[in-house]
Design a protein around this ligand. Structure first.
Ligand SMILES: [Zn+2]
Ligand SMILES: [Zn+2]
Length: 341
C-alpha cells in the first residue's frame, strides 16, 4: 500500500509500505479521505520535529471504512463507516483524574505524536473510532475533526442565542466557528484580511469585514458596547489586540489560535471591563458527536469549504496548495478507501 510520510528536511514523500495487521483491540481501516490543516503545515515546516520524529506518517482529520478487526473487538464490523478522534490520554494524571482527559498532561495526539492517517490502510486502537451515520458521505466526514474543534470552541464560549460573537481570523477554523455559532442563534461577524477568504465567507451569508477600523466596527455593530464573545483565531498579536478591542464588559475572549510566542495583553482592560479569558483546545467526545450531527444535518456547507481533493500519490501537492495560501480553504487527500474493496 501507499503511505505519505513527513521526512525531516525533505517534505512529504509517498512510499510503498506494508499495512500493519490489527492486534488485539485494534481495528484496521481503509482510509477514504484525509484533511490537511495548519497543524500539518507546521509539521511540514519542521516546527514540530521534536514530537513527530525524523520520518512519520502524519494526518489526523479522516474518515474511512473498517477493513479488519483484531482479537477481542466486538463493537466494530468490517464495512462500518468511521472517523477518528485522534486523542490518546493516560487516564491517571491529575488533569485526566479531574475529568479533562482531552487535555491530558501526557496527551498523545495521534497523527503528530504517533502514526497518522495519510496511508491507504491505518491500524489503530478501537477506542479511537467514532461511528458515522450512513447518510453522511466519507468525503464530508473528513471534516468531522475540524468541525468538532468549532463545536468545542463555541461550547467553551458559553454562547447563548441572540448574543453577538466576533471571530478574529476567517481561515477554515474561524469559518467553522462562525457557522456553528450562527447555527446556534448567535449574531456573528468575522474579521479577515484575506479578500479570497472574505468572498468565501460572504458567499455563505456570514457577515465579514476587513478589520481596518475596530472602533468604528464596535460602534456600528454594537452601539459602542462590544460583543459578548470574541474568538481569537488568528494567532497573531494584531488579532489579539483587535479581539480585546471588540469584547464588551463582562464579555469572554476565547483563545483558539495557537500563539507560538508570548504576546502582549493589556491586563488593565481585562480588569477594567471584567473580562473572562477562556482557552479552548481540541475537543471532547460530546463535540465529536455534535460535529457528526451538524454534518449529517447539512448545517455545514461542505462544498464551499473543500477547495481541492488530490490523490494520495500527490499528497505533497496538497501541502503545497495549502502552503501557498490565497484562494484555498480545505484540501483533502483521497486515500482510496471510499468504495468497498
Ligand atoms: Zn487539523
Ligand atoms: Zn492524563
Amino acid at each position: 500500500m501507499l503511505a505519505a510520510q513527513y521526512v525531516r528536511g525533505g517534505g512529504i514523500e509517498v512510499v510503498e509500505a506494508d499495512p500493519r495487521r490489527p492486534g488485539p483491540g485494534e481495528v484496521q481501516i481503509d482510509v477514504a479521505y484525509v484533511g490537511i490543516c495548519g497543524t500539518d503545515l507546521h509539521i511540514l515546516h519542521g516546527a514540530m520535529d521534536e514530537r513527530v520524529g525524523a520520518r512519520a506518517v502524519i494526518g489526523h482529520e479522516t474518515a474511512g471504512r473498517v477493513h479488519a478487526v483484531g482479537d477481542g473487538v466486538t463493537a466494530w464490523s468490517v464495512g462500518d463507516h468511521v472517523t477518528v478522534m485522534p486523542l490518546e490520554w493516560c487516564g491517571t494524571c491529575p488533569t485526566c483524574v479531574a475529568g479533562h482527559r482531552h487535555i491530558c498532561d501526557r496527551l498523545n495526539f495521534v497523527g503528530i505524536d504517533s502514526t497518522g492517517a495519510l496511508q491507504e490502510m491505518w491500524t489503530l486502537p478501537q477506542h479511537l473510532l467514532v461511528r458515522l451515520p450512513a447518510e453522511l458521505s466519507l468525503r464530508d466526514a473528513a471534516l468531522v475533526e475540524p468541525v468538532a474543534v468549532a463545536h468545542h470552541d463555541v461550547r467553551r464560549a458559553r454562547l447563548e442565542p441572540g448574543q453577538r460573537a466576533a471571530v478574529v481570523g476567517g481561515g477554515p477554523v474561524g469559518l467553522l466557528i462562525a457557522l456553528v455559532a450562527a447555527a446556534q442563534g448567535a449574531e456573528v461577524r468575522v474579521l479577515e484580511t484575506n479578500p479570497f477568504r472574505r468572498s468565501v465567507i460572504a458567499a455563505l451569508g456570514i457577515d465579514v469585514v476587513d478589520p481596518v477600523d475596530i472602533a468604528a466596527l464596535v460602534e456600528e455593530w454594537t452601539g459602542g458596547a462590544g460583543a459578548e464573545v470574541v474568538f481569537e483565531v488568528s494567532g497573531a498579536q494584531g488579532g489579539l489586540d483587535s479581539a480585546v478591542d471588540l469584547v464588551r464588559a463582562r464579555g469572554r475572549l476565547v483563545v483558539v489560535g495557537i500563539h507560538a510566542q508570548r504576546r502582549e495583553l493589556d491586563l488593565k482592560r481585562v480588569f477594567w471591563k471584567e473580562l473572562e479569558i477562556v482557552g479552548a483546545r481540541v475537543y471532547e467526545s460530546q463535540d465529536f458527536a455534535d460535529a457528526v450531527a451538524s454534518l449529517a444535518a447539512g448545517t455545514i456547507p461542505v462544498e464551499a469549504l473543500i477547495s481541492k481533493v488530490v490523490p494520495l500519490e500527490s499528497a505533497a501537492e496538497a501541502f503545497e496548495i495549502l502552503d501557498l495560501g490565497g484562494a484555498v480553504m480545505k484540501v483533502l487527500v483521497d486515500c482510496g478507501g471510499a468504495e468497498p474493496q
